[in-house]
Design a protein around this ligand. Structure first.
Ligand SMILES: Nc1ccn([C@H]2C[C@H](O)[C@@H](COP(=O)(O)OP(=O)(O)OP(=O)(O)O)O2)c(=O)n1
Length: 193
């Protein structure tokens, strides 16, 4: 069953989402922001300003998820103007960011990370991925700019929404199987085997 705002608020008090906003924030210092915080049946997390990396083609190489070459991922500069802090994801490119919040997924819960409508309308696709039962850390977030125009991705504002699904207790959680992406820091974590 999908979990509601009451459950999310109670679990956040036990450390499930840190930092936690108990309402959906639409303005900060009277300026409009891309919303973040608690919604009726989910939680919108923010993009960290710390790091954003964009794929680039290195002639003669292919990207190998088993043997990742960091040269394929260029650091994007953080910009700032009156509208806030942002990275630019060029047209038809793919970028990786990291969540500002740290998650601690309960042992009987699976989290789905899905896109926000405002970005979807701007051509940005957030890759649909799970955060597994018992996983902890800062999510690495993956974005595709599917439009033919460059697009801003705002830091410190809402970027991806999380949906929480509770099930029967599982036999083996991410923690007990000692998953390789456990305890991710607030930095882009590359694919590894
Ligand atoms: N956007 C996302 C989604 C998930 N994760 C974290 C939380 C997940 O619990 C963990 C592993 O996700 P997957 O199970 O999808 O990854 P793999 O199956 O590739 O790796 P593993 O073998 O560790 O399960 O990565 C993340 O950092 N960023």
């Amino acid at each position: 069953m999908i979990k509601n705002d009451i459950w999310i608020r109670a679990m956040a008090a036990q450390g499930m989402i840190q930092p936690f906003e108990p309402t959906l924030v639409r303005r900060v210092a009277e300026q409009p922001v891309i919303s973040f915080g608690l919604s009726s049946y989910g939680y919108d997390i923010r993009l960290s300003p710390k790091e954003f990396r964009i794929f680039r083609h290195v002639p003669g190489t292919v990207v190998d998820p088993k043997n990742f070459n960091p040269a394929n991922l260029e650091f994007a500069p953080l910009h700032e103007d009156a509208n806030g802090m942002f990275f630019i994801l060029p047209a038809h490119s793919y970028g990786l960011g990291v969540a500002l919040e740290r998650l601690q997924v309960p042992e009987n819960v699976t989290v789905l990370c899905i896109g926000k409508s405002s970005y979807a309308r701007a051509g940005i696709i957030a890759n649909l991925t799970p955060a597994e039962a018992g996983w902890r850390g800062h999510l690495t977030l993956e974005f595709s700019n599917s439009s033919s125009a460059d697009c801003r991705i705002y830091a410190n504002e809402g970027v991806v929404q999380l949906l929480f699904f509770e099930g029967e207790p599982c036999d083996v959680s991410y923690e007990t199987r000692r998953g390789k992406y456990q305890d991710q820091p607030e930095a882009v974590t590359l694919a590894r085997v």
